[in-house]
Design a protein around this ligand. Structure first.
Ligand SMILES: NC(=O)c1ccc[n+]([C@@H]2O[C@H](COP(=O)([O-])OP(=O)(O)OC[C@H]3O[C@@H](n4cnc5c(N)ncnc54)[C@H](OP(=O)(O)O)[C@@H]3O)[C@@H](O)[C@H]2O)c1
Length: 272
């Protein structure tokens, strides 16, 4: 039995589909089983730091949001041996910044290292899914307003992360590894909008908004201190080549999908 937290999320749901296709028994751990809407064949259990939630399982796929020492201790007592964590590429052993997202992922990795369980950390850089932040604008027009047109990343398809997670859970030899995951090529924000336009058969244009306007116009829902860190980290990527790894291909045998492929896969959603 393989336990999956975040099974209602993008990566977790793709992982569940893959495990079911591979005929592996899956139990989803969710905060709200009534709303999970998972495929037939998935056992759905409330996420709770209680041994009964983990009974009969040896492997656990974990989101940082679900990582807590009590839960890890209960999992270990119940017989879980190996945790695969969806962490993030900005975790660095020697980092000394105050980036709240890095600290959250660092803390989750530390709790797992301290738990006595075997672990594998998946450290993806930017998700291609982040482009959905522009979906509402794409639904209503051909101009997309956003910060830093030339910010560079190598966005990764969520199903490529799920494919690596599947291998980390089912194959031997991933214990103690931290896999840095990226898409296959660097693109700018403006390039991503052009690629989405091509997938939709439309001519889309990215219009750069000054960072000072971001809080009011683009991200009113983000806490100001978090937005400041995000703006600073995005600014640092302008014109800078992002880290690109071939880890997806090494582990899965299939090259990581391009942003163009991601845009085609999500064309229906982006079309609105
Ligand atoms: N976006 C990026 O560029 C990026 C880059 C690197 C790493 N990441 C990592 O990837 C994650 C996002 O992945 P995603 O897109 O698949 O996520 P998502 O679609 O937003 O889903 C989040 C999942 O986490 C679970 N969850 C949320 N809060 C929780 C809590 N307090 N306790 C327990 N479970 C909780 C939810 O499960 P239930 O509601 O069913 O309980 C949900 O299924 C980020 O949080 C980050 O850790 C993202």
């Amino acid at each position: 039995m393989i336990l999956v937290t975040g099974a209602t999320g993008n990566v977790g749901r793709a992982l569940v589909d893959r495990l079911l296709a591979a005929d592996r028994p899956v139990r989803a751990l969710t905060r709200d089983p009534q709303r999970a809407a998972l495929p037939d064949g998935v056992e759905v259990t409330r996420l709770h730091p209680d041994e009964s939630a983990f009974a009969g399982a040896t492997k656990l796929f974990l989101y940082v949001q679900a990582t807590d020492p009590d839960l890890l201790a209960a999992a270990r007592r119940a017989g879980v041996r190996h945790v695969v964590l969806l962490s993030a590429g900005y975790v660095k052993e020697d980092a000394d910044d105050n980036n709240p997202l890095r600290i959250m992922h660092d803390n989750a990795e530390r709790a797992i290292r301290d738990s006595g369980l075997e672990w594998t950390f998946l450290r993806p850089h930017a998700f291609a899914l982040n482009a959905l932040q522009w979906a509402d604008q794409i639904h209503t027009g051909d101009t997309v307003r956003g910060v830093f047109a030339d910010a560079m990343s190598a966005p990764i398809h969520e199903d490529d992360i799920a494919a690596v997670a599947q291998h980390a859970l089912l194959d031997v030899g991933h214990e103690g590894a931290a896999h840095i995951l990226t898409g296959p090529a660097a693109t700018s924000n403006a390039d991503q909008i052009t690629a989405i336009g091509r997938a939709l058969g439309r001519d889309l244009t990215y219009v750069e908004v000054p960072p000072e306007q971001a809080a009011t116009e683009l991200f009113p829902h983000l806490p100001p201190h978090l937005l400041q860190f995000l703006l600073k980290s995005w600014a640092a990527t302008v014109g800078t080549a992002p880290e690109i790894t071939d880890t997806v291909e090494k582990i899965t045998g299939t090259p990581a999908r391009t942003f163009e492929q991601w845009a085609q896969d999500h064309a229906e959603h982006l079309r609105g």
